[in-house]
Design a protein around this ligand. Structure first.
Ligand SMILES: [Zn+2]
Length: 64
């Protein structure tokens, strides 16, 4: 069983076991207009605005 830990790209201290938990934290605490989800097994940021381009981000996954 793999446990994935995702860091909040904003505060960089909080860690979450799931992307969903991270998204809830971002929405509640940072009021940002993007969501993070997994694409091809990598964390991917997508703004909620129309036609916004997504981008892979590195900061979400801490190196081991
Ligand atoms: Zn945060």
């Amino acid at each position: 069983m793999k446990l994935k830990i995702f860091c909040c790209p904003e505060c960089r201290f909080r860690k979450f076991g799931t992307i969903a938990a991270l998204n809830i934290h971002i929405t509640k605490n940072h009021n940002l207009n993007y969501k993070i989800f997994l694409k091809n097994n990598k964390p991917y940021v997508k703004r909620k605005t129309e036609r916004a381009q997504g981008a892979y981000i590195r900061e979400v996954v801490p190196s081991q």
